[in-house]
Write a new protein. Structure first.
Length: 199
């Protein structure tokens, strides 16, 4: 009976510490995002891409996608600025747990990743897709852009909460699994992303 009580106390303590850490990380990211309209641009682009991909007439599809160029440029520029500003923060504040256990980063640095590096990966991925140096067709480019945006959003939720919660949110909000988003980004983004989360 005493053992069960100790386990309950330990579980309660871990949950409380996790909750405190999550609140701090959420507040930090919200503060950094406040000057930007990143979410607004993402909502606009996602809706437009889905509408375009549902079009049966190629001309209409292309017209919808071409109308998104300004929002794409704004998203890329704002995300570059976010990554630049976030990079100025000190390391302890920008660490995200791979496993939701408090202080695990102090036991093993490999148990966490640095959100500063992650945001830089996403900023480069979004800009690369907007620039379209790979020469993707408009349809393929919109798929890549959605992959970049969804994976970036997943990283933000992972930083604030946990990978499990981030994956569940992406599935609920976008009907997209984590693996699908990872497959949807450019190979350069995928390689850089995995280096951050596996490093």
């Amino acid at each position: 009976m005493e053992f069960l009580s100790l386990l309950l106390i330990l579980a309660t303590g871990i949950h409380w510490l996790n909750t405190q850490g999550q609140r701090k990380r959420t507040a930090l990211l919200a503060e950094q995002l406040r000057p930007y309209q990143i979410e607004k641009h993402m909502e606009q682009l996602t809706g437009a891409y889905m509408r375009a991909l549902g079009e049966t007439e190629p001309e209409r599809q292309l017209q919808i996608l071409q109308l998104q160029e300004q929002a794409e440029q704004q998203l890329a520029a704002e995300f570059q600025n976010l990554a630049r500003e976030f990079a100025k923060l000190p390391a302890p504040l920008t660490r995200a747990f791979k496993v939701a256990l408090p202080f695990i980063d102090q036991l093993s640095p490999k148990a966490s990743f640095d959100m500063r590096r992650m945001l830089e990966v996403h900023a480069q991925g979004i800009q690369r897709t907007v620039d379209n140096l790979q020469g993707f067709s408009p349809k393929e480019r919109s798929f890549r852009m959605m992959g970049e945006m969804f994976l970036m959003q997943h990283s933000c939720h992972w930083f604030c909460k946990s990978k499990t919660i981030a994956s569940a949110r992406m599935l609920t909000q976008h009907q997209t699994r984590y693996e699908q988003a990872l497959d949807g980004v450019t190979p350069e983004t995928r390689k850089a992303y995995l280096a951050v989360v596996q490093g």
